[in-house]
Each structure stands twice: as structure tokens, then as C-alpha cells.
Design a protein around this ligand. Structure first.
Ligand code: GLP
Length: 241
């Protein structure tokens, strides 16, 4: 595991964008695993800038996103589809037909999760998976559990995740209670993983993820067992490491 210490969020975003840019340049038809949340917003801004400058070409890139709220249609401003379009896709030259996000409106969760696993397998797997970190150690929407989920599945969001994500909704009641998410197994099959973590409020959980026991109670701790993980974190997040 490589750990890069960034001064602040801006430097973290530039370092993370450098790593993704290198992947896109070295393999222009890469399958990128993408994430939502506040952590990757700065990274996406950097990628947009480099694309605008003509230094990055996303025309052959394929993407798969980690997760989507169950029940939210694409037009809903809180859906992860909407987030990805607004924060990245509309400003880079990616072909929208090459982007994939679980369909939150598919009521048959088993059918949708199986379809999504097949999409990822059909693309030949993920070359580089970008991850943020939830305050309880979740990755994607893999919440603390008694075992590691192998495949894309439907999850019940924990009260702490609903609390953390309510800032994007009118109220906590409006936060969907379930989501479709890649499983820990899906994430672990990615050839490379890039975890980005920012802020003092993530310092304890980042310590547990990197130095604690590997346990499904801290889902991201499984990353200790992956052979190609890069962590880019700012000083505040690394304060307890
Ligand atoms: C959400 C997402 C995760 C994300 C996490 C952290 O629940 N499903 O993929 O990594 O929250 O979000 P943030 O980066 O806003 O702290």
C-alpha cells in the first residue's frame, strides 16, 4: 500500500487526478471505477481542467460507478447519476453510452444487482477504482456488517450514513433508506484502487482502516489485503496514522 500525504484538500485532489490521468494516458480505453460524495469533487474538477487543456482524452474510457440510491430516478438532483453528470461527465469528452451506474429505479433488486455485475464482468473488470471513505469505514455503500459482501447488492443504509448524507437532501426523512452498491468482492477485484480521504473527522476511521484489524465492521479495512492500493489523504485525515 502506498500512502501519499497531501497538505490539504486541493493538493490531495491534484495528486489523485495525476494518478487517474496517468491511467487514462497509459491505457486510453481503461475501465474507471468512479465514486460520489464530497471527496472526489476536487479530483473531478482537476480532470475536467486537464481535459479542457487537451491533455486528457476520455473518448474511449468506460466507467462504472460504485453505487446508487434505490428509488431515485436519474433526474433527481440527489441521484448519483445526476451527481456524476454535473460533476464530471458533462464537462469531459466521455461517451455517455460508456458510463454505467446502477439503476435506482429498478424495483427488482436481485435482477438489477446481477445485471450490474454482468456489466462490470463484460467490460473485463475495473482497471482503477476510485474510493471515498464513509465515517463508519464504508466504501461504496458497504456498511459495517458481520461479513464482507461479495457482489453488487441492495443495502439498508445505517442511521450514521443517513445522518451524514442528509446534508444533500431537504431533510433526513428524504434520504433513501436503501441503495444498490458494488460489493466488497466487486471492489477487491479491481486491478488498482485509489482511496482518497480528507479532513480531521476521518482521522480515527482512517487510522482503523490502515492499522486496525481486517474486519467487516470496518469495511475499508479489507483494502489492507489488496495488492495495489494507493491512499491519498490530507494531513488532517492522517493525523492519527
Ligand atoms: C457516500 C458514498 C460513498 C462515499 C462516502 C463518503 O455514502 N456512497 O461512496 O465515499 O459517502 O462521502 P464524502 O466523500 O462526502 O465524505
Amino acid at each position: 500500500m502506498r500512502i501519499y500525504r497531501a497538505k490539504d484538500y486541493d493538493e490531495l485532489s491534484r495528486k489523485a487526478a495525476n494518478i487517474i490521468a496517468a491511467q487514462v494516458i497509459m491505457k486510453p480505453d481503461s475501465v474507471l471505477g468512479l465514486a460520489t460524495g464530497s471527496s472526489p469533487v476536487g479530483t473531478y474538477k482537476q480532470l475536467i481542467e486537464r481535459c479542457r487543456m487537451g491533455d486528457l482524452d476520455f473518448s474511449q474510457i468506460k466507467s462504472v460507478n460504485l453505487d446508487e440510491y434505490r428509488g431515485l430516478p436519474r433526474e433527481n438532483e440527489q441521484s448519483y447519476y445526476y451527481f456524476m453528470r454535473e460533476n464530471l461527465f458533462k464537462d469531459i469528452n466521455i461517451d455517455m453510452a460508456n458510463t454505467n451506474i446502477p439503476d435506482g429505479t429498478e424495483p427488482d433488486s436481485e435482477k438489477e444487482c446481477l445485471r450490474y455485475e454482468r456489466v462490470i464482468a463484460g467490460l473485463g473488470g475495473i482497471d482503477l477504482q476510485l474510493l471515498g471513505l464513509g465515517h463508519n469505514g464504508h466504501i461504496g455503500f458497504n456498511e459495517p456488517d458481520s461479513s464482507f459482501a461479495k457482489m453488487t447488492h441492495c443495502v439498508d443504509l445505517t442511521p450514521s450514513t443517513i445522518e451524514a448524507n442528509k446534508r444533500f437532501f431537504a431533510s433526513a426523512e428524504d434520504v433513501p433508506r436503501q441503495a444498490y452498491t458494488m460489493g466488497i468482492g466487486t471492489i477487491m477485484r479491481a486491478r488498482k484502487i485509489l482511496l482518497i480521504v480528507s479532513g480531521a473527522d476521518k482521522a480515527q476511521i482512517l487510522h482503523d482502516v490502515l492499522n486496525g484489524p481486517v474486519t467487516p465492521q470496518v469495511p475499508a479495512s479489507i483494502l489492507q489485503l489488496h495488492s495495489n492500493v494507493t491512499v491519498v489523504a490530507d494531513e488532517a485525515a492522517l493525523a492519527k496514522c
